[in-house]
Design a protein around this ligand. Structure first.
Ligand SMILES: Nc1ncnc2c1ncn2[C@@H]1O[C@H](COP(=O)(O)OP(=O)(O)OP(=O)(O)O)[C@@H](O)[C@H]1O
Ligand SMILES: [Mg+2]
Length: 211
């Protein structure tokens, strides 16, 4: 049985967009007919509560301790999951490391701000310790200003995903309603950004399968 492709979403900074990225990617994957589970190892349980607000039972959202990651991923494999997305807490390096260790890739959402940039460095190191490829995803990018571009220049040590996520109210509304932006506003810009990010991940998974 094929192992699911596991994505850890980590960053030490609170509010950077980890949960938003995790749930929206899961909805995008599901929309493409993939079987996907979210494992929420954050005690705040934001992804789990989002799952509770959903009218649908999928994607499956499991709230768990980081120590159970390996066995849960094995359960996901036995249940035929194509993808597993791990949502992690802020300010918890050990948990982020445990997630990175069981993952195929690490996504690091980062808002265009100096505090986020500084927090991102330790997340990049966590991915390095776990020996996993990491991609910074520019998140909540303002419609105006060059801060995000200036920030990209400052990111030397990590790859930057080719898709940027804008600061868009659709993300807030969808989250509140237990939806993904693809469900909330299928033709909106937020949905388009998440679809592009999904395609990028499919490419990465393709490369991983070739190895
Ligand atoms: N691209 C975006 N555009 C607008 N609002 C966003 C975007 N991404 C996230 N938000 C909002 O910012 C807030 C924080 O996002 P989120 O909960 O995803 O961050 P987090 O990194 O998971 O936070 P924590 O570290 O506390 O778990 C939420 O209210 C969310 O709706
Ligand atoms: Mg969160």
């Amino acid at each position: 049985m094929k192992k699911p492709y596991v994505i850890a979403v980590i960053v030490q900074k609170g509010g950077a967009g980890k949960t938003t990225l995790a749930i929206n990617l899961a909805v995008a994957m599901e929309g493409k007919g993939k079987a996907v589970a979210i494992i929420d190892i954050d005690q705040q349980a934001s992804a789990t509560k989002w799952g509770d607000r959903r009218e649908s039972n999928s994607p499956v959202v499991v709230s768990a301790h980081a120590a159970r990651l390996k066995s849960l991923i094995n359960d996901c494999k036995e249940n035929g999951a194509d993808f597993v997305i791990i949502d992690t807490p802020p300010h918890a390096e050990n948990q982020a490391l445990e997630a990175a260790r069981v993952a195929d890739i690490v996504l690091i959402p980062c808002r265009p701000s100096l505090v986020d940039l500084e927090a991102m460095g330790s997340s990049v190191n966590i991915a390095k310790i776990a020996k996993k490829p990491a991609y910074v995803v520019i998140s909540q990018k303002p419609a105006r200003g060059s801060l995000a571009d200036e920030m990209k220049v400052a990111i030397e040590d990590a790859e930057i995903a080719p898709v940027e996520i804008g600061n868009r109210i659709a993300f807030v509304h969808a989250y509140t309603m237990g939806q993904g932006v693809i469900e909330y506003e299928p033709k909106g810009k937020a949905a388009d950004e998440i679809t592009q990010l999904y395609k990028f991940i499919i490419k990465l998974r393709g490369k991983c399968n070739e190895q």
